[in-house]
Design a protein around this ligand. Structure first.
Ligand SMILES: NC(=O)c1ccc[n+]([C@@H]2O[C@H](COP(=O)([O-])OP(=O)(O)OC[C@H]3O[C@@H](n4cnc5c(N)ncnc54)[C@H](O)[C@@H]3O)[C@@H](O)[C@H]2O)c1
Length: 272
């Protein structure tokens, strides 16, 4: 069902890689709700070609940008402003990558070149996006920026590796830049801490199947899926959440505040 929550709003969606991507679902939902969007991803992701399908469906231009490049971001924002003939109302940052995770390197033995790269792509990029937007005064009054996070920023999930540190950094940037952009232009910045979700990035984490099944059993509402995450992001882009900023918002079916569930206790009953 659509409610026209984003009628007249314009946004940039970073990070749609394929139909499983959370950003893919957010793009579709935002357009259903009346938004106009620009899609962006790394040049290497664009070469895979899948994004063209979404671009056609959403009637959206695709503008490539490696989020570790200031020049690419400057180009993206300049072209987006020209395309919209004005400012931007919302941005989705749905980007994450760790070479240490990809290569299966244990947290205690991380390769720091890989660590730097992952941190740049997964966390510092939010700062770059916001700083570029601020420099160009690209975001409209009461604009909304959402970045996706995971609860490993607060609690230890050993196989999440250095992405845990990246998410903690990402959430800190959302808070600190959220303060600055709030004071300057009433722009709000939040992170959404999403349940484990079957996507390319998610499934790259070692033991992901165990991980997602455990979270399902530990969450009173079950895991939130990518479509439900898209619904939540749309609400955060809308005018209905104008006074929410600098928050890390758990979208996880209650996982984050559950100590243990009856289903998990039952599974362990009688075992020693
Ligand atoms: N899948 C999960 O279980 C889960 C849970 C919580 C949070 N998240 C977060 O959601 C976000 C989206 O991930 P997803 O699960 O949809 O997976 P995904 O693999 O579909 O998306 C990750 C995106 O990051 C992009 N990217 C990587 N390097 C880039 C670069 N240098 N420049 C620009 N873009 C780059 C990829 O091309 C891809 O589109 C990530 O921040 C992820 O950490 C995922």
């Amino acid at each position: 069902m659509a409610y026209n929550l984003l009628k007249g709003k314009k946004g940039i969606i970073f990070g749609a890689l394929n139909e499983q991507s959370i950003a893919w679902k957010v793009a579709q939902r935002a357009v259903q709700e009346g938004a106009e969007i620009v899609l962006s991803n790394a040049p290497i992701a664009l070469r895979m070609g899948e994004l063209n399908k979404l671009a056609e469906e959403c009637n959206a231009p695709v503008i490539g940008a490696d989020v570790t490049s200031n020049d690419d971001l400057l180009n993206l924002f300049t072209k987006t402003q020209a395309h919209f003939n004005g400012g931007i109302d919302f941005i989705l940052h749905s980007i994450g990558m760790s070479v240490n995770v990809r290569k299966g390197i244990h947290y205690t033995e991380n390769n720091y070149d890989f660590t730097h790269k992952g941190m740049d792509i997964s966390a510092l990029s939010l700062h770059r996006v916001l700083a570029t937007a601020m420099k160009l005064d690209a975001i409209n009054e009461w604009g909304s920026v959402v970045a996706l996070s995971y609860i490993a920023a607060q609690r230890v999930f050993p196989d999440y590796n250095d992405m845990a540190d990246n998410k903690a950094y990402l959430e800190s940037i959302a808070r600190n830049f959220g303060y600055q952009y709030g004071v300057k232009k009433h722009v709000r910045v939040n992170t959404v801490s999403q349940s484990p979700t079957r996507t390319t990035a998610g499934s790259g984490v070692k033991g992901f199947d165990g991980f997602i099944n455990y979270a399902e059993k530990m969450s009173p509402l079950g895991n939130a899926d990518a479509d439900q995450c898209a619904d939540y992001c749309v609400s955060l882009f809308s005018d209905l959440t104008k006074m929410v900023t600098m928050q890390n918002l758990f979208h996880d079916g209650g996982f984050s505040f559950t100590g243990v569930s009856e289903s998990v206790v039952e599974q362990w009953a009688g075992k020693s």
